[in-house]
Design a protein. Structure first.
Lengths: 49, 156
């Protein structure tokens, strides 16, 4: 995945673990790699009350 | 065969490291040279080192991804801040001050330098670095603000 979207494995690992929010272009690239839309891959954090 | 980028990085690293080492190694010879020549050679060395390090920073920045860039931003922002604070705190410790004075004695070729003068000069040098960094940071922040606030590109 990291190679396909042109970033490091650390980037993908941090995104998977929820420690790092990708930029919009990277989010699009990841969604495209999965053949999905951004909404299908990423979900919004619940608003903190 | 190394890639062009790798060769360029290696060449820049050599340009960055060799001049200060050459200056340090030639201190015994430089001591006997006129001030003008010493300032010229150290100025050339400093310029080469700074230009090479800037070029290396630009190359590195182009190669890293956004996670690594975020890491670099975090670590440099806090590293510079904490490092500057630590120098200010360390300067209050007598052993550190003695180390600076003894370093000045060895490298400056003066057996018994005025310790107050050495520490004052060191402090002024440190302040100059911090103030210059603060000014450059403000100017770059202003430039970034202006650049990012420019009009949208014509979609056609």
């Amino acid at each position: 995945m990291a190679t396909r979207v042109g970033v490091s494995r650390n980037s993908i690992n941090s995104i998977e673990n929820g420690h790092f929010d990708p930029s919009l272009p990277l989010a699009f690239a990841i969604a495209e790699a999965f053949g999905c839309t951004i909404e299908e891959v990423f979900e919004r954090d619940p608003p903190s009350s | 065969m190394p890639s062009p980028t790798r060769s360029r990085v290696l060449a820049l690293a050599v340009i960055m490291v060799v001049p200060p080492i050459a200056i340090l190694a030639s201190i015994p010879w430089l001591r006997h040279q006129p001030d003008g020549l010493v300032f010229l050679l150290t100025g050339i060395a400093a310029t080469l080192t700074v230009l090479a390090s800037i070029a290396l920073a630009v190359i590195n920045d182009r190669q890293i991804d956004e996670w690594q860039r975020s890491n670099a931003r975090f670590s440099s922002q806090w590293g510079w801040t904490v490092g500057a604070g630590m120098v200010a705190l360390l300067l209050a410790l007598p052993p550190v001050r003695d180390l600076i004075v003894s370093g000045a004695a060895v490298w400056g070729g003066t057996p018994n330098p005025d310790s107050r003068l050495v520490i004052t000069t060191f402090t002024f040098g440190f302040m100059a670095v911090v103030i210059t960094q603060a000014i450059c940071t403000m100017l770059l922040s202003l430039g970034w603000h202006v650049w990012m606030s420019r009009d949208a590109r014509d979609p056609s």
